[in-house]
Design a protein around this ligand. Structure first.
Ligand code: GTP
Ligand code: MG
Length: 333
């Protein structure tokens, strides 16, 4: 899963270098009354670390797409009067939960960020050198020596967002796509009771049992004739080209669910016939608006597999996730 052409960046390479430690000082105390005072050189400050940190508000590595180099600050040198140099500035690389960190040269797996605010010190800053006060002993009263700071370390790393597979939400405007995303992920897409509320795709990560997760993409609504440019057109379909599984979202209140399903299918085919190779699942939304009897009659009129959900009343959402997971696992086997 390398960078795809859309804004879903899940793979970046970055060269990182931690800061050098500051030099220890070889200073001697001097004053009018004490012209030959003892050593009073302080320690150098440590160099800045490079730290990778989990951030639950990030869903992709897009913000790092153009970051090629990251360098932390150097530690300050030690000074007279045993004063310690300042520490170099640490640099934090914020990443979405589920990001894997690998060393490029060795291809070695280093760590995975699995929770918000979790920190992984990728590169330690160099230690500051010790000032000459530490080297004074009974034999050597006036050490003219102080340690240099340790140099920082460097590494080129790959950050890769681990997503098992993706699910794309396809449907007419107002079908409840963004609402579903908002209840099964932490994403906060705009939701409103009018058509074309969503103008740009939204992504969210669905947490599934046992710490598993998958990415769900909510895209703008599609209408009949989208391929001829009606509504917002069908250029947004490129965002679901990489999805393993497509959910066809159709409200329970639709007069003819199969007809809507076929229109969606037709528009997808016109965009890219390969989209038909993907797994599809018919999801009938807003099931809270109909009673059991109507639900029964809809069910018996349908010949394809379908699930009823209500994002508002939390009906059928676990079953939906289970079903999606089954599809993703089969695809990956
Ligand atoms: N009763 C009921 N209403 C729902 C449900 N899910 C969504 N809605 C309502 O349907 C309307 C449209 O929801 P959205 O999630 O914005 O629909 P969308 O498919 O993202 O629409 P576009 O972005 O315009 O394509 C909103 O008023 C929602 O509150 C549901 O499960 N039950
Ligand atoms: Mg929407």
């Amino acid at each position: 899963m390398k960078n795809s052409k859309n804004n879903f960046v899940d793979y970046v390479k970055i060269y990182c270098k931690s800061g050098n430690g500051g030099k220890g000082s070889a200073h001697f105390f001097r004053s009018r009354i004490q012209p030959k005072g003892g050593p009073d050189g302080g320690d150098g400050g440590r160099g800045g670390h490079i730290i990778v940190r989990g951030n639950r508000n990030l869903w992709t590595l897009l913000h790092l797409k153009f970051t090629k180099h990251i360098k932390a600050g150097h530690g300050g040198d030690g000074g007279k009067n045993t004063s310690t140099g300042s520490s170099g500035k640490d640099i934090y690389i914020d990443v979405p939960i589920g990001t894997i960190i690998k060393n490029i040269e060795t291809n070695q797996y280093l760590s995975e960020i699995t929770s918000d605010k979790e920190e992984y010190v990728l590169l330690q800053g160099g230690l500051g050198g010790r000032g000459n006060v530490h080297f004074k002993n009974s034999v050597r009263q006036s050490p003219r020596y102080a340690q240099p700071g340790q140099t920082g370390v460097e590494a080129s790393v790959v950050l890769e967002l681990k997503v098992l597979a993706d699910v794309g939400l396809v449907g007419f405007p107002n079908a409840g796509k963004s609402t579903l995303l908002s209840v099964v992920t932490a994403a906060k897409p705009k939701i409103a009771d009018y058509e074309f509320t969503t103008l740009n795709p939204n992504l969210g990560i669905v947490q599934y049992r046992d710490m598993q997760s998958f990415v769900m993409a909510d895209i703008p609504g599609i209408i009949e004739g989208a391929s001829e440019g009606k509504g917002l057109g069908h250029r947004f379909l490129r965002h679901i080209e990489r999805n393993t599984c497509l959910l066809f979202m159709i409200p329970a209140s639709s007069n003819n669910i199969m007809k809507v399903y076929n229109i969606l299918l037709k528009e997808l085919t016109k965009y890219n016939p390969e989209l038909l190779d993907k797994n599809r699942l018919l999801v009938i939304t807003k099931s809270d608006l109909i009673n059991d009897e109507i639900q029964q009659s809809i069910s018996s009129s349908l010949t394809i597999k379908h699930l009823f959900i209500s994002s508002l009343n939390n009906i059928g959402l676990t079953a939906l996730k289970d079903e999606i997971w089954k599809i993703l696992i089969e695809k990956n086997d």
